[in-house]
Design a binder for this molecule. Sequence first.
Ligand code: C2E
Ligand code: MG
Ligand code: MG
Ligand code: MG
Length: 287
Amino acid sequence: SIGDSSHSITACYTDSMRENDIAQRALQIEAVEALANGEFVAYYQPKVAIETGEIVGLEALVRWIAPKRGMRSPADFVSLFERNGFITEIDFEMFDQACAFIRARIDENRTIVPIACNFSRLHLLDDRFPNTLKTIVDAHRVPVDMLELELTESIVMEDLSRAEAMCQRLSDLGFRIAIDDFGSGYSSLGALQNLPVDILKIDQSFLLSSSSNGSRSKTILEGIIDIAERLGTEIVVEGIETLEHAQVIEAMDPRSIAQGYLYSRPVPQSTVSELLDHGSIEPQPET
Ligand code: C2E
Ligand code: MG
Ligand code: MG
Ligand code: MG
């Protein structure tokens, strides 16, 4: 019946759902134009050798910079664009910008380091994915091994055999493969057996629990680093914010690579270019 309370609750609920739906559709329409207008911009965060502060790589992280609205971060749009598929276009755009950046530095006779780009789970379903990447790299005349492809642990574990086959094809083309957010979900070291993984990126949650929860999680992290080391897999620890974090990791393995606010936030290309010219970064705790 019309007046009963359960009905109005339902009506309320659907109204807000509908509003949300409309807002999301509006955002999507805006995004298509924004992509064409160059509003999706790669910011870069350095990865540094923990012992020396030398910059050994960069990660490209998308920012949506709209003239009127200002800057939006991935948290504001990545999950929506993953649901409707648009994220794949953004991924290729970031990859293209990263290749163009490397090309520009080669042309200017400046040092280059590998750049890591993030890729959504949706690419795993696309047979043309490896060739599309190769086409972009070749168009910029950039060495393939200057690009790293980051796939999150959860994507890989979701469909391990598909992930293995895709990673093998990518690896055969010469791309470096990184497993992102390792240790954030149900990580399985066993899964690494058949994956051609070059880099493991240890999730920040792992770092935080080993610096605060003491010895058990620390032992697990040490074990992971030790196994990766023996497999010849590079270790990057994400989310290094304090000197204490850096010390904990350096004590575990001085060959570790660190990424985090202690060294630099993600910054625009012009800023990271200056950092690259300098070559290394002093750790600087934020206040
Ligand atoms: P991610 O790939 O794990 O990237 C690391 C995130 O941690 C970045 O957030 C980075 O700014 C942040 N971070 C770096 N250092 C620190 C630190 O010391 N402390 C803390 N608390 N955070 C730190 P961001 O840029 O907001 O990106 C969030 C996520 O969005 C990324 O996580 C990645 O999963 C996704 N993403 C970003 N760009 C792209 C893209 O181009 N394509 C796809 N598919 N996903 C992207
Ligand atoms: Mg990443
Ligand atoms: Mg990560
Ligand atoms: Mg992360």
